[in-house]
Write a protein that binds this ligand. Structure first.
Ligand SMILES: NC(=O)c1ccc[n+]([C@@H]2O[C@H](COP(=O)([O-])OP(=O)(O)OC[C@H]3O[C@@H](n4cnc5c(N)ncnc54)[C@H](OP(=O)(O)O)[C@@H]3O)[C@@H](O)[C@H]2O)c1
Length: 322
C-alpha cells in the first residue's frame, strides 16, 4: 500500500524536485495537486502522473476533503504556509512543509501545535540533511572522529535577475536570501554542531539591502555562537553567485565542502586534504522517504517542528525588522 500524497503549489521546487523525487520514494504515490489555476494544476498532475480520479484542484477545501488523500507537501510562498498547514492538519493530513516553516514565530508554533493536536506527522523540508556526503561528515563528527568542532562557516548565494520574486516583498515573504538558502545553512550548522557544541545561544548579523532598497536582506552575514563556545558564520546573498562552500574546523580535522549546498547531492568534500568518497543521491528522495516512513511508523521524523521553530526564531534574530 502506498501513501497518497498531494502537493500544494506548482512552482519551481514542486515541479523540478519534489514531484520527480516522489517517483523514487518507496510507499509514496503522487495523488493530487492544488494550484491557483486549474490548467496549471491539471498540467502538473498529468506531467507527474498524479493518480487521484480528480487530481487537479483550485480550492483548498475541496483538495483536503478527499478522504483518500493522506498527506500533503506544501511548496508555496513562506507566508502562506501557516494557513495551509493548519488546514491540512485539521483535515487529518500529514504535512511535509517547505522551509522556512513560517514568517512569524507565532505561525510556526501554531502549525506545530495543530499537528500535535490532530496527531498528524509534521516534517520540515531541510533536504541538505540527506546529502550523502553531509551524512558521512555528521556520522564522523558525532562519533568524535574529527575532534571537537571549533569553527564552521557556510557560503551560499545566487544572483537574482531583479527583485520581482515574492521573497523580496513582505506580502508573501519575510526574508530574501536568508529564506531562500540561509535557513538551510542555519539548519545544517545546528544539525552538525549541536551534539558537541550545544544550542545556539547568540546571534548577530550584518544585513545589506542597498542594491534594490527593499525591506528584505540582499546580502546577509550571520554569526552564531553555540553554547560551548564554538562560533559559526553563514553568508547568503542574492546579488552575486559563487561556488557554495561549507567549512568545518575541528581539533583533529578540517572539512571543506565545495558545491554540496544545492539541490543535486553532488559537489566535492575534502577531509584533511583527502577526498571524501560519497554517493551522489537525490536528497529530496531521502527527505520524502523519511516523511513516508514516519507516517508508516518505520522512522522518526528527522527534522521535526522544534527544529523548524528554532530556525524561524534565529532568522528573526538575524533580521529583526522589516
Ligand atoms: N528545500 C528546497 O530545496 C527549496 C528550494 C526552493 C524553494 N523551497 C521552498 O518552497 C516554497 C516554494 O518556493 P519556490 O521556489 O518553489 O517558489 P515558486 O517557484 O514561486 O512557487 C511557489 C508556488 O506557490 C503557489 N502559490 C500560491 N499562492 C501564491 C501566490 N500568492 N504567489 C505566488 N505563488 C503562489 C504557486 O503555484 P500555483 O501558481 O500553482 O498556485 C507557485 O508556483 C518556499 O517555501 C521555498 O522556501 C525549498
Amino acid at each position: 500500500m502506498s501513501i497518497n500524497v498531494g502537493i500544494i503549489g506548482t512552482g519551481r521546487i514542486a515541479d523540478m524536485q519534489l514531484a520527480p523525487a516522489m517517483q523514487q520514494v518507496a510507499g509514496a504515490r503522487l495523488w493530487s495537486i492544488l494550484s491557483r489555476d486549474n490548467k496549471r494544476a491539471a498540467d502538473f498532475a498529468a506531467r507527474h502522473g498524479a493518480k487521484a480520479p480528480v487530481n487537479a484542484h483550485t480550492s483548498l477545501a475541496a483538495f483536503l476533503a478527499d478522504p483518500s488523500l493522506e498527506a500533503v507537501i506544501i511548496a508555496t510562498p513562506d507566508a502562506l504556509h501557516a494557513a495551509q498547514a493548519i488546514a491540512a492538519a485539521r483535515a487529518g493530513k500529514h504535512v511535509l512543509l517547505e522551509k522556512p516553516m513560517a514568517t512569524t514565530l507565532a505561525d510556526a508554533i501554531a502549525i506545530a501545535d495543530t499537528c500535535t493536536e490532530e496527531r498528524v506527522k509534521l516534517a520540515i523540508a531541510y533536504h541538505l540533511r540527506w546529502h550523502d556526503g553531509h551524512q558521512r561528515i555528521a556520522e564522523m563528527l558525532h562519533a568524535g572522529t574529527l575532534g571537537q568542532p571549533r569553527y564552521a562557516r557556510a557560503l551560499w548565494t545566487w544572483k537574482a535577475d531583479d527583485n520581482s520574486n515574492w521573497r523580496a516583498h513582505p506580502e508573501l515573504g519575510r526574508w530574501w536570501g536568508l529564506a531562500g538558502v540561509g535557513t538551510h545553512c542555519i539548519d545544517l550548522l545546528r544539525w552538525m554542531l549541536m551534539p558537541q557544541c550545544g544550542e545556539v545561544t547568540g546571534c548577530s548579523s550584518v544585513i545589506d539591502t542597498s542594491l534594490y532598497g527593499g525591506p528584505h536582506d540582499e546580502t546577509a552575514s550571520v554569526s552564531l555562537q553555540f553554547d560551548h563556545g564554538t562560533v559559526a558564520d553563514l553568508t547568503t546573498s542574492v546579488v552575486f553567485s559563487a561556488p557554495s562552500r561549507f567549512e568545518l574546523y575541528c581539533d583533529d580535522a578540517a572539512v571543506i565542502c565545495e558545491n554540496t549546498l544545492g539541490p543535486t547531492g553532488a559537489g566535492s568534500i575534502l577531509v584533511n586534504n583527502a577526498p571524501l568518497e560519497f554517493e551522489i543521491k537525490n536528497p529530496y528522495v531521502g527527505e520524502i522517504q523519511n516523511f513516508i516512513d514516519s507516517i508508516e511508523g518505520k522512522a522518526r521524523v528527522a527534522v521535526p517542528a522544534a527544529e523548524g521553530i528554532r530556525n524561524v526564531e534565529l532568522l528573526l534574530d538575524a533580521s529583526p525588522s522589516e
